[in-house]
Write a protein that binds this ligand. Structure first.
Ligand SMILES: *[C@@H]1O[C@H](CO)[C@@H](O)[C@H](O)[C@H]1NC(C)=O
Ligand SMILES: *[C@@H]1O[C@H](CO)[C@@H](O)[C@H](O)[C@H]1NC(C)=O
Ligand SMILES: *[C@@H]1O[C@H](CO)[C@@H](O)[C@H](O)[C@H]1NC(C)=O
Length: 309
């Protein structure tokens, strides 16, 4: 049942949810509320935000998935609908909303201990599509189960996400005919294609409701859980490092990056060591600094070898 309540601040909503959580938890299955104000945002929200839970049922563990749903600010009747999983694993989908593609973001200002301010993000993807930001896997954000550790596996995450979207659509039948896309970033690059496969299989088997699946998109994804060396190819492809450095880095493990193009003369002992140091340097840079905010390369080996960041 979808309940559209009168204007409700996020704080009040949170309080209500907290109280409800203490009551028999299956009673709150599939509760949704429109949120019109958020603390830190000046005035009523100029877009349609709904938050709620979808209960996945089926087990004694009372799986409850929390979501934020934002209607397209353009033409929600005809614009696509996207389900977005954010990375981690372990990040609340609120991070995808507020740091990446949603209609609000934190105002960048000196922190003085008060509640952070929120401002609009003009490039929000909700300008052209409706987006469901789901707290999945269970245990992230406000989603929960009686035994969260019992539900930690890719296969369960894929099945939960699949079940979630079908149940969500049952509660929101007005979106059944919209084009549907799966979207994910970072760690969720691993489960997203699996979710899409399950949706396709489910459609083929006649599961209801039918999902109007059009495709999926991945941003900055991890794809296998094992490969992390694609940063080297990416950095080279974006001309952030020189050909020479790329070849040098290739020497660390030729089959890993460049194979036969790697010039063996680079691979003197000390070059190999330098290469390893450079790899570490790159790892550091990419771990701590989002693209576009890389620190000036002041001195040392990276600059000597022509790394322009
Ligand atoms: C902290 O900043 C907020 C605005 O960001 C302002 O409303 C508040 O008065 C400030 N508090 C102090 C103690 O400076
Ligand atoms: C929770 O699930 C894990 C993994 O299945 C299991 O080892 C553990 O005993 C469970 N805990 C409870 C309290 O049921
Ligand atoms: C997920 O669902 C598929 C069927 O779509 C099933 O074969 C598989 O066992 C399920 N995995 C888990 C962990 O429940």
């Amino acid at each position: 049942m979808v309940v559209h309540s009168s204007p409700l601040s996020f704080q009040v909503l949170f309080l209500v949810l907290t109280i409800l959580l203490q009551i028999e938890s299956h009673q709150i299955e599939d509760v949704a509320a429109k949120v019109e104000h958020l603390p830190g945002f000046d005035g009523p929200l100029p877009f349609h935000l709904e938050t709620g839970y979808v209960g996945l049922g089926d087990t004694d563990d009372d799986l409850q998935v929390f979501y934020y749903f934002i209607k397209s600010e353009n033409d929600p009747k005809n614009d696509p609908l996207m389900l977005w999983l954010t990375g981690g694993p372990g990040c609340s989908s609120f991070s995808g909303l507020v740091y990446q593609i949603g209609p609000i973001k934190f105002k960048i200002e000196e922190y003085n201990g008060s509640l952070p301010n929120l401002v609009l993000r003009p490039q929000s993807w909700t300008k052209v599509s409706s987006i469901i930001f789901a707290d999945l896997p269970i245990g992230t954000g406000f989603s929960y189960a009686k035994n969260v550790t019992a539900h930690r596996s890719h296969s369960k995450l894929i099945n939960h996400t699949h079940l979630f979207i079908r149940k969500w659509l049952l509660e929101h039948p007005e979106f059944l005919s919209n084009k549907f896309y799966m979207g994910a970033d970072s760690y969720s690059g691993i489960p997203a294609p699996g979710v899409v496969q399950e949706i396709l299989n489910g459609n083929d088997q006649g599961l209801q409701p039918w999902i109007n699946l059009q495709g999926y998109l991945l941003g900055n994804p991890i794809t296998t859980g094992k490969e992390s060396n694609d940063k080297m190819q990416y950095t080279h492809g974006m001309a952030l490092i020189s050909d020479e450095l790329y070849l040098c880095l290739s020497g660390i493990n030729p089959s890993y990056i460049l194979g036969e193009d790697c010039k063996v003369d680079f691979l003197m002992d000390d070059e190999g060591t330098q290469g390893r140091l450079l790899t570490q340097k790159l790892e550091e840079l990419f771990s701590y600094h989002p693209m576009g905010q890389l620190p000036e390369c002041s001195q040392g080996i990276a600059c000597e070898r022509g790394m322009h960041v």
